[in-house]
Design a protein. Structure first.
Ligand code: GCB
Length: 577
């Protein structure tokens, strides 16, 4: 599904702003309109907009509605209604007619509404949103018989992950148009580099009836007939400027779809970067040179807007990443907005793009869980494969991969990713250290380790020894590069203590720097991602003081003490990329 664009053949407008909102409190039909209880912002999570607990914690059905008038000059066009994401489940209606539904709250979905949209009268869009998770959804939830009650036990359908399950229409809603005769439906760009020449390979699908496609990039123009609704072309860029860390060289290819007489039916510009990523021995190579990952795990999370797309916060976050000399982050624990990934492309920040599969628990996994996981992973790859900043796929975070049932499951995930994209390494983030049973399917070992916090609390020297021992055992077993994808300590800003004690800024600083010292002593460690970039909201829980406080930055994006040390440490890359 290509990202919508306004071009000479396509129109585009966003339906963001204020929508009507109501909880589904009875069995009535809301799809034709309803009496609003509240007004709600789109895009945003709804939870923290309201003051009442029964709204904030409402996890069953809620309804959104708004009206839209279509400009007459578009009446001969094909009209598409697109949702960039609705969490967790969205069911859309136009003028009372059901369009369809979509699950897993972080990937886009769209409906061709050409035959339903009314150009004479106002149109009513209604959306039913629901945030109920089960053993068959990804992420999983409501694992009633789990011996370890989830973070939200008693507060929310037992959610076994450590972030607030924000819900709503969290990303933009758009209407876009194309010609009815033919339109570009899919485009995949891959690049190879040989010497100073970049080779660009483009494949794609065209819907409707068209004769040929023309591709224009710099001085190069390539033309190809459209056969069986598709195309496949390649061209070279001499002296290609590679896309690299903080050197985001981007290229643009203009794609035109034409009929037999040469009339242009569609035009779309695809942006791309020329770069290669591979794993060789114990190194991850970007453009043939080893790159050491320094950065964070993150969350889409901010006051009031929750997980809603917030351009201002995104810009601030990236400014902070540059300020602290980070080069990368992982989209923990779900696909982030495309607008944020586009910003990474523009700013040269490396991304590990993660499926929304957090805490998969093999005590409860069924074939349906695997099917949901495969589906969302395919949607993620479809969505993100053309973004040069995405340099690695992460299929899951912290599954119970010390159980044998996890082996065929992760084999299937790995096979799917490799069948769709052979140009990026694949990882899985384990919390089972050397007991993990599925690492053979992955190129890089991602591991979350919390010595000095969840075990060996207050004992930094022992935590360092423990980390070294664990990593040595893991390397001896897996013989693959290891990326430390989480480590850290909850820290209350302004709390100080000498000598360092847990929760103080001194403790976070000493622990993180001490553990990094160990990592940098081990040649096969290819990166250090601190948990977390910023404090974030979680369930109410006695281990969470107003949320998870492992942020290097506070939730309102100010540095804790550790940041000033990281900024210095990260000013010089561990090895020269
Ligand atoms: C983890 C999880 C992350 C949590 C973190 C913590 O291992 O991957 O989602 O927030 O630990 O702080 O406990």
């Amino acid at each position: 599904m290509i990202y919508p664009q306004r071009t000479r053949t396509r129109d585009l407008f966003e339906l963001n702003g204020i929508w009507d909102f109501a909880r589904e409190l009875d069995q009535g039909d809301y799809s034709n309109g309803f009496v609003p209880e509240k007004q709600v912002a789109v895009p945003s999570s709804y939870n923290d907009l309201f003051t009442e607990e029964e709204f904030r914690m409402h996890h069953a059905g809620v309804w959104y509605a708004r009206k839209v008038t279509m400009p007459k000059m578009l009446k001969d066009e094909r009209v598409v209604l697109r949702f960039n994401s609705v969490s967790y489940r969205g069911e859309a209606f136009l003028n009372g007619q059901r369009l369809g539904s979509h699950e897993t709250g972080y990937t886009p979905f769209e409906f061709d509404v050409t035959d339903i949209i009314d150009f004479e009268n106002e149109n009513l869009i209604t959306v039913r949103v629901e945030n109920i998770l089960s053993a068959e959804t990804v992420p999983m939830g409501n694992l009633q018989n789990s011996p370890e009650p989830g973070q939200f036990a008693g507060q929310y359908p037992d959610t076994p992950f450590d972030f607030f399950p924000y819900a709503g229409i969290q990303r933009p809603v758009m209407i876009y148009t194309t010609s009815k005769t033919a339109w570009l439906d899919k485009v995949v760009v891959t690049t190879d580099v040989a010497g100073t020449t970049g080779t660009v390979n483009l494949t794609g699908e065209v819907a409707g009836s068209a004769a040929k496609a023309i591709f224009q990039c710099l001085e190069t123009t390539v033309e190809t007939p459209i056969a069986d609704g598709g195309f496949s072309v390649s061209f070279d860029i001499e002296n290609a400027k590679l896309w690299d860390v903080y050197q985001p060289n981007l290229y643009y290819v203009k794609i035109q779809i034409l009929d037999a007489t040469g009339n242009m039916l569609d035009e779309y510009t695809q942006r791309f970067g020329v770069r290669t990523v591979e794993v060789k021995g114990d190194r991850i190579l970007l453009n043939g040179k080893p790159v050491y990952f320094q950065g964070f795990g993150r969350h889409e999370d901010f006051h009031i807007s929750g997980k809603g797309l917030n351009h201002a916060v995104n810009v601030r976050d990236h400014e902070l990443l540059k300020w602290i000399n980070a080069n990368s982050y992982r989209t923990t624990h779900y696909p982030y907005s495309e607008e944020l990934i586009q910003l990474c492309d523009e700013q040269g920040i490396l991304l590990i793009s993660e499926a929304p599969a957090v805490s998969i628990n093999f005590e409860f996994v069924t074939q349906k869980t695997l099917d949901a996981h495969l589906k969302v992973l395919a949607e993620l790859i479809e969505r993100d494969r053309n973004y040069p900043s995405v340099v690695m796929w992460s299929v899951a975070n912290e599954a119970t991969t010390n159980r044998p049932e996890s082996i065929p499951y992760f084999k299937a995930l790995s096979e799917l990713v490799r069948s769709m994209d052979a140009t990026r390494p694949v990882t899985m983030i384990t919390c089972k250290a050397e007991e993990d049973m599925v690492m053979e399917f992955f190129d890089v070992v991602g591991v979350n380790l919390y010595p000095g916090w969840y075990h060996l609390p207050g004992q930094i020297a022992s935590a360092k020894d423990d980390l070294r021992e664990t990593l040595e055992k893991m390397y001896a077993k897996f013989k693959k590069p290891i990326l430390i994808t989480e480590f850290g300590a909850d820290t209350i800003p302004g709390l100080h203590s000498l000598p360092a004690e847990q929760w103080s800024e001194e403790y976070q600083t000493e622990l993180i720097l001490g553990l990094i010292e160990v990592m940098r002593d081990l040649d096969y460690v290819v990166g250090e991602h601190i948990w977390n970039f910023a404090d974030f909201r979680t369930a109410q829980n006695f281990v969470r003081v107003g949320g998870n406080k492992k942020g290097a930055f506070t939730r309102d994006r100010q540095p804790k003490m550790v940041c000033h040390f990281l900024k210095k440490l990260w000013a010089e890359p561990r090895y020269n990329a």
